[in-house]
Design a protein around this ligand. Sequence first.
Ligand code: UDP
Length: 501
Amino acid sequence: MAKASAEVEQLHFLLIPLMSQSHIIPLTDFAKLLARQGPVVSIITTPLNAIRYKSIVDHASRSNLKIQLIPIEFPGKECGLPEGCENMDALPSPNLARHFFDACSLLQDPIEILAKKLVPKPSCIVSTSALPWTQSLAQNLSIPRYVFHTVSCFTLLCSDILSKTKVHEEVSSDSDTFFLPDTPHRIEFTKSQLPESMRKNSDDLKSVLEHMKQVESQARGYLINSFEELDPWYVEHHKKIYKNFWCIGPVCLSHREMEEKIGRGNKTAVDENYCLKWLDSKEPRSVIYTCFGSLCRLTPTQLKEIGRGLEASNRPFIWIIRDSDYSREVDKWLKEDKYEERIKGIVIKGWAPQVLILSHSAIGGFLTHCGWNSTMEGICAGVPMITWPMFAEQFYNEKFVVNVLRIGVRVGVKEGMKFGEEENKDYLVKGEKIAAAVNELMDDGEEGEAIRKTARELSEKAKRAIEEGGSSYVNTTLLIQDVLQQKGQLKVNCFSVGLEY
Ligand code: UDP
């Protein structure tokens, strides 16, 4: 790798993620990609999140990257959050999401005080779109802010088109279908599949989301955890509209060593060597990996159906059950049913080393909730997907995977739920449906083979994008140059009005 100039080594990027796994994980990954090109990178976090991410950052520091975590006390209590609730995945109820955002915004003043003492002085802020107050923080510090989008170009476009055309408001019921206008693909939605903020009578997060959008337009640039070769039409569209729109991903490919793939986001609930050995014993591309991210909640009834479906597919599988979903009822069922003794799979109760597992050659399919990070990780691993979106922008990702990229099949969910509405029986997906979708994806026929081939090709393109000289590598360099140029301009501006910089 080319040696960075002294000027670049003096740049200091201040990264501020929303305290949620799907924001901290990609920003920490991106911190490594940035630091490999020379700058100093600091990631703002909270004490409990710092413990989770310490091993990754320590590993990066041992590799001579100038990365540090800066923990700041989280003002959760002031906003009515329970003790220790410093991450969205620790929210006891989705109704507290608004309180969580309020607590995040109280971080602005302490970060400003801290930033003024940092050496070298921060040159810019990179923050996720959910933190609009970081724009005024950047203004107070007289540095540019870059928005780090944790969603795809396709999602951004869907959201833009719907906000402008309001085609979804013309349908009479939540289950009536409509087509998304102005895209080269024929994409059909129902209103119930749209994020809550797009639906009528949406909850009180709507005002937060509107504020975010408004503030976003003041940013200096936009970073997307994607790569240009994935969806060129959608990337080009955004480039025409936004200044400084750069795809800098897939950031999950920042990991080079096994240790980095394990310490990602949490302590894993499984011995990775056991897991790898088990995978080694399986045929290539034969295992189904099943995981629903860090926020989806599944009821015991739904978990039993997933268990039945995976077993009925008669294929080897790894199934992740989130800590918070692993209730006494689920434990009792697994034991009384002697489920784990009977199945051809492994059940992991808690956090899994997802990127490590997905990148094993035995994995042949990924049953996913379509969170953007998980989707990207599936793409990078060249693993086709069985899509099971639930809420937020997950249906956009399903359409992208199935209709645009053509690397997946649907489990067949028609309606989106609201975050926190999982108990509603209408959302139950039966085991038979799950088994059928798994078998459809794993089918040896022409269609299954075409999906696998496309998935392999995209994975190769993703890897090339992140290598030195690849599109995302070059875009990261462009970002660094932009920050350098901004720094120079600020100097000129400050001198011209007689201020010291
Ligand atoms: N993840 C993981 N192990 C788990 C569950 C999730 O490593 O057991 C990671 C996953 O690799 C991804 C992130 O958590 O990077 C989840 O982000 P995503 O955008 O997919 O979904 P969300 O959690 O926002 O629903």
